[in-house]
Design a protein around this ligand. Structure first.
Ligand code: ZN
Length: 216
């Protein structure tokens, strides 16, 4: 089941505010913090943040570390498809979640929607398969990424792989003095292959070895 079960629901007044912003002829992604609507937008952001913080059990959508439960600085509203590329989805409930400050800034504005082979998407995709990353509204994180020792991320799928790279999840641990578990990375690759081959015996063996390494 997807990590986020209930998307944020806007009130009539909030919908009016959003409509006014997106229908303005000069609408741009900068209007997320539009000066002329400073206070109502601040209130709207607070509402979105509070909703997803609860919905995500105060965990970042990408690294699963704690986000701040009170202050907004380490519980940032994250546009899953970046607002710089997809301003039309800037207030779209399924495109919003919360992330820690690191994931939010490292992920930045890289595209997360798979391109269509022909033409352009007219609507926000409604299923997991259209996204490159682990999407908290459509995916169960644990289906795509295993986390060992709260620090090492091992991909189980392509989406998991993309998300780990997108937010540099392992790189961040390496940069701060945690030795890279070389064998772990090789095992991670083997694990992915064993899974795609449906070899459950090998999967169990590899997982056992990974746990052994991490316990040493
Ligand atoms: Zn994070």
């Amino acid at each position: 089941m997807a990590d986020i079960k209930n998307e944020v629901v806007f009130s009539k007044e909030q919908k009016q505010l959003i409509k006014g912003i997106v229908e303005d002829e000069n609408f741009s992604h900068h209007d997320w913090t539009k000066e002329e609507q400073k206070e109502p937008l601040q209130a709207l952001r607070k509402y979105v943040r509070s909703h997803y913080r609860v919905e995500q059990n105060a965990k970042c959508a990408y690294c699963r570390k704690d986000v701040s439960v009170q202050a907004p600085s380490n519980c940032q509203i994250e546009h899953i498809a970046p607002k710089e590329m997809y301003k039309k989805y800037m207030f779209y409930p399924k495109n919003l979640c919360v992330a820690c400050a690191d994931c939010n800034s490292i992920k930045w504005k890289r595209d997360t929607i798979k391109p269509l082979s022909t033409g352009e998407r007219r609507k926000y995709p409604s299923s997991s398969g259209a996204f490159l990353l682990v999407h908290p509204h459509f995916d169960d994180y644990a289906d795509h990424i295993d986390i060992f020792r709260d620090r090492w991320y091992v991909d189980k799928t392509q989406k998991g792989h993309f998300t780990i790279g997108l937010c540099k999840l392992n790189q961040r641990s390496m940069d701060f003095g945690y030795p890279e578990p070389d064998e772990m990375m090789v095992l991670a690759e083997d694990l992915r292959n064993a899974k795609s081959n449906g070899d459950s015996y090998l999967v169990d063996l590899i997982k056992a070895r990974m746990r052994e390494l991490l316990d040493n």
